[in-house]
Ligand binder design. Structure first.
Ligand code: ATP
Ligand code: MG
Length: 332
């Protein structure tokens, strides 16, 4: 039997290059060898977007288009909408007993996000508990591997703790997953800060037009100490070169640009133009696949319908096992 993958994204906007190098590229690569489930995590997205449900609902189809555009094949990977799986909600309720309130609030990613979103004293309980619902997502599919960006590592650790506690208490039932981090675990944003994130408006989206890509790349931050093209520049930590390393497959060109940059023999404009070309080369086939599928809304429906059907069976069986282990599989 093939090993299982569970992975996913929040429908809180369009997917960007950070998603691609952090997780999507791995999913595309692994879909032949694994039984892969990809979750459109709308319930999780609502924990911090509950006042804007249209945004979440409208992003569901966009996310599916992004998946197919990036090379995920719905024949090989099962794409699922989280809210369509009642088993996940039920598992979450059971798992809430497997973790202390303090432990959840100590999660470094949750802490950073609470800060970033400015929740102050009004942290929605659902938001604070989302790592527990993520444990339900992962275990509902008995996933062995979870391809994620670096910010998600504390979630996988939390899941592993819940699994161990559950299995210790109720007997070997749940599968303990492992994280698989992509080649660029935390791609920085166009602004050179933090991480490229849907919520921070510092992203190049997989669905951006060539013109949008050009404009965004030309506005990128570079070396702040370099005032003229003849000044020796810094390559290390420079967003433009980080992106060249991530997206420009022409290593010779990248080495040449770096050498000339350090020597003060190339301007930002040339470095950026070449980067925009490399990114557009990566995105062009994605644009084609996206526009093909956009023309066929019935196929989009079919992919979602079939994904949910298959996932309900799998997650329902896991829920049965969990209830049996907890001795609440009553027979009347
Ligand atoms: P939001 O701001 O709404 O949280 P996001 O941009 O962080 O959105 P998510 O849907 O939360 O995107 O993340 C989906 C997956 O992509 C996760 O595995 C996450 O670790 C990964 N990911 C997100 N941003 C990056 C990034 N900049 N670099 C690498 N991986 C990333
Ligand atoms: Mg996120």
């Amino acid at each position: 039997m093939k090993k299982r993958i569970l992975t996913g994204d929040r429908p809180s906007g369009k997917l960007h290059l950070g998603h691609y190098v952090g997780s999507l590229a791995n999913r595309v690569k692994l879909q032949d060898d694994y039984d892969q489930y990809i979750l459109i995590a709308d319930v999780q997205a609502l924990t911090d977007n509950y006042e804007n449900p249209e945004k979440v609902a409208n992003s569901v189809r966009e996310l599916l288009l992004d998946y197919v555009a990036s090379g995920i094949d719905p024949e090989k990977s099962t794409i699922v909408i989280q809210s369509q799986l009642p088993a996940i909600a039920e598992l979450t309720v059971f798992y809430l007993n497997m973790v202390s309130l303090n432990r959840v609030l100590r999660n470094p990613t949750v802490k950073a996000e609470i800060e970033q979103k400015g929740f102050g004293d009004t942290i929605p309980a659902g938001f604070a508990m989302y790592p527990v619902s993520q444990a339900a997502d992962i275990t509902a599919f008995e996933a062995n591997v979870v391809p994620v960006g670096e910010d998600q590592l504390p979630m996988i650790e939390q899941t592993r703790e819940i699994v161990r506690k559950f299995n210790n208490l109720y007997g070997e039932t749940l599968v303990e997953p492992e994280a698989l981090v992509g080649e660029f675990p935390r791609l920085i944003g166009l602004d050179g800060k933090a991480k490229m994130s849907k919520s921070l408006g510092n992203s190049i989206y997989l669905s951006d037009s060539p013109e949008e890509v050009n404009k965004k790349v030309m506005s990128m931050f570079t070396d702040p100490t370099r005032l003229k093209p003849t000044d020796p520049g810094h390559v290390e930590g420079n967003p433009v070169f980080i992106y060249h390393d991530a997206f420009n497959p022409n290593e010779e060109e990248v080495t040449d640009l770096k050498d000339r940059y350090v020597a003060g023999k190339v301007g930002d404009v040339e470095v950026k133009q070449k980067l925009a070309i490399a990114i557009n080369n990566l995105l062009e086939p994605m644009r084609k696949r996206r526009s093909e599928l956009e023309k066929n809304p019935e196929l989009v429906n079919k992919i979602l319908r079939e994904g949910v059907e298959k996932a309900r069976l799998v997650s329902g069986e896991v829920l049965e096992k969990v209830k049996k282990a907890m001795k609440i599989d009553y027979k009347f």
